[in-house]
Write a protein that binds this ligand. Structure first.
Ligand SMILES: NC(=O)C1=CN([C@@H]2O[C@H](COP(=O)(O)OP(=O)(O)OC[C@H]3O[C@@H](n4cnc5c(N)ncnc54)[C@H](O)[C@@H]3O)[C@@H](O)[C@H]2O)[C@@H](O)CC1
Ligand SMILES: [K+]
Length: 494
């Protein structure tokens, strides 16, 4: 069974590190193991006798660089150590590591990066505190301009470990060796792009050994596979839930059908499209296994929801941006079913996020905005919109609304009101196609209809949707997605 993969924040990494030291492993030993892992990775990238330039910074990241430099010199590499700052000003473990480097340390501004077969970037890691300026920034820019392959130590220097943001400038690495666990900045864009292939070295720090804080995970099946619905021998279709998807008007019905088909494919026992009267004929002509009900506005929805068997609702795709949509959302919230709000259901609350402030009364709710919808919904809430970290923005939105928030993109973040969050990484640019989001909504609503908890349903839905799209690749259209779900499910459930 695969386990959830934690992605510690920088302060949590410091806690885990301190725990390892308190348990008896000296910091210098950890640093030597880290430097050893870097040297091994470097030897896999560099030819025998290679010219390696190690750029070392003023902290422990630089210390790892000194250890690697010494090991590489002992393995027939021609190593230049280029230091940012003064050797005398190194402190703690970094100073101890530097003392073991017999060679000279040239100032980083003198490093001939373009003559290197390999550059080892050990300028900054998790201790980056502000935007790069001056000599540090120039060093990064010269490394990138050299076009030589770069191996980053822990993180590409300039990438923020917690957010993946570029702080002024960042090293574009081919590979990154990180320690104990990947960090959010390795998965979030643009950090993911700068890190290249990421390798995790076990240096004897347990990434779980920390004393406080929120949980961040990679969105891999280990996080939610156990919670995936599996029908039992005696399951009845009603046990597998009944998803209700609201349709737009006569010229805007396709989105609901895409969502409905996806909900059925993911295993919702029954799926009904609730259609405005004028669109019933169009919907009827194109639905088979999915059922159809007339639904005239908020009153119509209220009447339908007297039937308690509709246990998961999807509102938003092509519903229209207006007060009637808001009214329907209100009806849906009061009905206390599992609820997924997307697209127009979110945009209808432009600047009115306060109306969604903790209104879900403990009923499972998932909001699936892309960045544009997120910005419109939380207009006037700088505390939610302003953090540069997508992870932090999604977390704050989830805490504010009390709903699971799926902030979509190539690095979709799924955040729960209790602070748990997951970062998705199996997306494909081919998913950026009309109707793709409607399908995602249908998948997540269909999982919730089968009683999967909202956070796990959202994480699983995002992963399955992406896996379906990635498996298809070029030429993908939203109509394909639902029919690709069974192949993905088969693998996950086997
Ligand atoms: N004991 C540990 O915590 C271990 C840490 N390790 C390494 O240590 C790194 C973390 O070390 P540190 O916490 O010392 O942090 P870093 O080495 O990442 O950077 C901190 C240093 O850079 C300076 N600095 C930060 N931002 C700057 C900026 N924008 N411009 C100029 N200077 C800046 C700080 O003043 C400080 O001197 C990890 O990324 C990892 O590579 C490994 O050795 C394994 C064990
Ligand atoms: K680095």
């Amino acid at each position: 069974m695969t386990r959830p993969e934690p992605l510690p924040l920088a302060y949590q990494m410091r806690q885990a590190d301190a725990a390892a030291i308190a348990a008896g492993t000296p910091g210098l030993t950890l640093m030597k193991r880290a430097g050893h892992a870097v040297a091994e990775a470097a030897l896999r990238m560099a030819p025998p006798g290679a010219r390696v330039v190690v750029a070392a910074g003023p902290g422990n990241n630089g210390g790892d660089g000194f250890v690697a430099a010494a090991l590489l010199a002992g393995r027939d590499c021609r190593v230049t150590l280029a230091l940012l700052g003064d050797r005398e000003r190194l402190r703690g473990d970094a100073a101890l590591a530097a003392a073991e480097w017999q060679g000279q340390a040239i100032p980083v501004r003198e490093a001939a990066f373009d003559e290197a077969d390999l550059i080892v970037d050990a300028l900054f890691g998790t201790g980056l505190q502000r935007d790069l300026e001056g000599e540090a920034r120039q060093a990064v820019e010269r490394m990138n301009a050299s076009g030589r392959p770069v191996l980053a130590v822990d993180l590409p220097s300039g990438i923020d470990s917690d957010s993946g943001a570029v702080r002024g400038a960042a090293v574009l690495a081919q590979r990154t060796v990180t320690f104990a666990a990947r960090k959010p900045g390795h998965l979030l864009l643009p950090g993911r792009r700068f890190a290249g292939t990421v390798e995790v070295a076990d240096i004897g720090i347990d990434p779980h050994a920390r004393t406080s804080g929120v949980e961040t995970f990679a969105n891999s099946p280990g996080l939610w596979r156990e919670a995936l619905p599996r029908p039992g021998l005696d399951s009845h279709k009603y046990d597998r839930g009944h998803t209700l998807v609201l349709s737009g008007g006569a010229t805007r019905t396709g989105a609901a059908r895409l969502a409905a088909r996806a909900a059925l494919r993911i295993g919702s026992g029954l799926v009904t499209v609730a259609s405005p009267p004028e669109a019933l004929g169009i919907n009827a002509a194109q639905l088979t296994a999915v059922m159809l009900r007339g639904c005239d506005g908020p009153e119509g929805l209220y009447a339908i929801l007297k039937d308690e068997r509709f246990n998961a609702l999807l509102l938003g795709p092509a519903l229209g941006v207006h007060a009637a949509t808001r009214a329907m959302v209100t009806v849906a919230i009061h009905a206390r079913r599992s609820l997924l709000l997307d697209a127009d259901a979110l945009t209808s609350f432009e600047g009115l996020a306060s109306e969604l402030h903790r209104v879900f009364h403990g009923a499972p709710a998932v909001l699936t905005p892309h960045e544009g919808e997120f910005a419109r919904l939380f207009k006037g809430h700088p505390d939610i919109l302003d953090p540069p970290s997508k992870l932090e923005r999604a977390r704050r939105a989830a805490a504010y609304t009390g709903a699971v928030v799926v902030l979509k993109g190539m690095d979709t973040v799924i955040a729960a009101p209790d602070g748990r969050a997951a970062i998705n990484e199996n997306g494909t640019p081919y998913l950026a196609t009309a109707g793709s989001g409607d399908t995602l909504g249908g998948i997540v609503a269909g999982l919730m209809a089968q009683h999967m908890p909202a956070f796990e349903a959202a994480c699983a839905g995002v992963f399955i949707h992406a896996a379906a799209g990635a498996g298809f690749g070029p030429g993908l259209i939203a109509e394909d997605l639902a029919d690709l779900i069974p192949g993905v499910l088969r693998q996950l459930l086997s």
